[in-house]
Design a protein around this ligand. Structure first.
Ligand code: SF4
Length: 473
């Protein structure tokens, strides 16, 4: 039994997240005390024997944080070193528990650090593996030219349609199986938000430079609903400076030639079709109601309508899948020639059915994930795709990452900027979280719409008022 003790000046949640990656629940105890003996900031004990060890004596070129945060990072390094030495495990992301590690390296580059200094820092300060350090550096190189927005009042817009044909077992999003009446009532409330935000943005000088319709599955909407929605968006927003417009088509069983033609008729050239896997057994297990053949047909349909940029989302670590299954999916998907492929690692939040069925699922699949992640990253490289954005989530199988790949020149601006958080993001619809970026203070303020679509409809006036306070007051 491990007994880890820290003082109450450190965030116990964050430190426990790190501990859990080494030791399963029930095999450790985390104590938080006001002060420790001998002025120590932490201690790690295994069956009564102290196993804390000295950490690396690396000295960064520049001090980055105030004292308390520096000390917290040192405590995480200390706990990492003790647990890693004692269990024999290493973590690819070292002591990092945050979801956007790319922001760290981008900040160091903004500060003028040399690439070699950034590499050393990631390895010595956060204990990142050489592979993850190289992946971050490659992504930094690919996304740096796109990260900075065109001005303080440039924004990315997100609009959410919280409906899907069925619910996937790993889903923790605001997704509902629609009844016609629900969709109509939701769209009526959404139109009010579209009109309000569109006109306020024009009144106060905000400009949209990317627009992303996500969900849920936006193509769950019928053709006429989709057409009305896009008509309202193009009428209410000034999209003259918009560089990119994406519609997430998501589920292949919602894609028809007519819907694709509607999308294309507005000049929209970027969609996402998300197979997750090309194996029928997996699709059945995860609650999808379509076949692998329907994925191929949906792709052809989108191309037939003239859609030029297609992303495909896949997930590594799905139930019963082996590395060979993932490679087979990758071969089938790359054979289609999509411009973007995003490989997620299965993440199971509390709200997902799979997590409810197996609390420890994400902790049990570390070894198979190690193989899958290594093989898929090598495969994508030889297939000509470059990694261009990355994020991590809590409860990820094997503690890995999600990586967006693209063919050269096909980066998705919205994805890069959402993760980099140097631009204001305005989110419409149930569950949307708007984030206003204040560049002078490098600070973000958030305002969330409620995620339940019924409550969103009932409280739409309050949602508009929240937007006013955050963005337009
Ligand atoms: S398609 Fe996405 S949003 Fe819809 S149920 Fe599946 S995981 Fe949830």
């Amino acid at each position: 039994m491990y007994t880890i003790t820290i003082t109450n000046q450190f965030p116990a949640n964050e430190i426990e997240e790190l501990i859990k990656m080494f030791v399963p629940k029930g095999e450790y105890e985390l104590n938080v005390e006001e002060a420790l003996a001998n002025a120590q900031s932490f201690s790690v004990v295994f069956d009564g024997e102290r196993i804390s060890r000295p950490v690396s004596d690396y000295d960064p070129p520049e001090r980055l944080f105030e004292e308390k945060k520096e000390l917290k990072n040192a405590v995480k390094r200390g706990i990492y070193t003790a647990l890693s030495t004692h269990t024999g495990k290493t973590l690819p992301w070292g002591t990092l528990t945050g979801v956007k590690p790319g922001k760290i390296v981008r900040d160091l580059k903004d500060r003028g650090w040399k690439e070699a200094e950034i590499r050393t820092h990631m390895k010595e300060y956060y204990y990142l593996s050489p592979e993850k350090t190289e992946l971050l550096m490659e992504i930094l190189h690919n996304q740096y030219p796109f990260a900075k927005p065109e001005g303080e009042k440039s924004a990315g817009i997100y609009l959410g349609i919280p409906f899907c044909p069925t619910r996937c077992v790993y889903c923790s999003f605001t997704s509902n199986i629609p009844r016609k009446d629900d969709v109509e009532r939701y769209l009526a409330a959404l139109y009010r938000e579209i009109e309000y935000v569109g006109s306020e943005m024009q009144r106060t000088g905000w400009k949209a430079d990317s627009f992303y319709i996500g969900g849920g599955t936006p193509t769950t909407l019928e053709e006429d609903q989709l057409e009305d929605l896009l008509t309202a968006i193009f009428r209410e927003f000034d999209l003259s400076g918009c560089r990119e417009f994406t519609v997430e088509a998501g589920r292949p069983d919602t894609i028809t030639l007519e819907k694709m033609q509607v999308i294309k008729s507005f000049g929209i050239d970027r969609i996402s079709i998300n197979p997750q896997s090309m194996k029928q057994r997996t699709l059945d297990l995860i609650g999808r109601s379509h076949t692998p053949e329907e994925i191929l047909t949906a792709f052809e349909t989108a191309r037939k309508a003239g859609i030029g940029t297609i992303n495909m989302d896949l997930i590594a670590g799905l139930p019963e899948e082996s590395p060979e299954d993932l490679m087979d999916t990758l071969e089938q998907v790359t054979a289609l020639g999509p411009e973007n492929i995003t490989i997620h690692t299965l993440a199971l939040k509390r709200a997902s059915r799979l997590k409810m069925e197996d609390e420890e699922y994400h902790l049990k699949h570390g070894d198979v994930l190690t193989d899958m992640v290594a093989k898929s990253q090598a495969y994508m490289k030889q297939a000509g795709y470059e990694p261009y954005y990355l994020y991590r989530q809590k409860y990820m199988a094997g503690n890995y990452e999600n990586v967006g790949y693209c063919l050269p020149g096909k980066e998705c601006l919205y994805n890069i900027r959402t993760m980099d958080e140097q631009q204001t993001m305005i989110a419409l619809g149930a569950g949307g979280i708007s984030k206003r970026y204040f560049s002078a203070e490098t600070r973000i303020e958030r305002s969330a719409n409620v995620s339940n679509f019924e409550i969103y409809i009932d409280r739409i006036d309050e949602m508009l008022n929240r937007k006013y306070q955050l963005l337009f007051a």
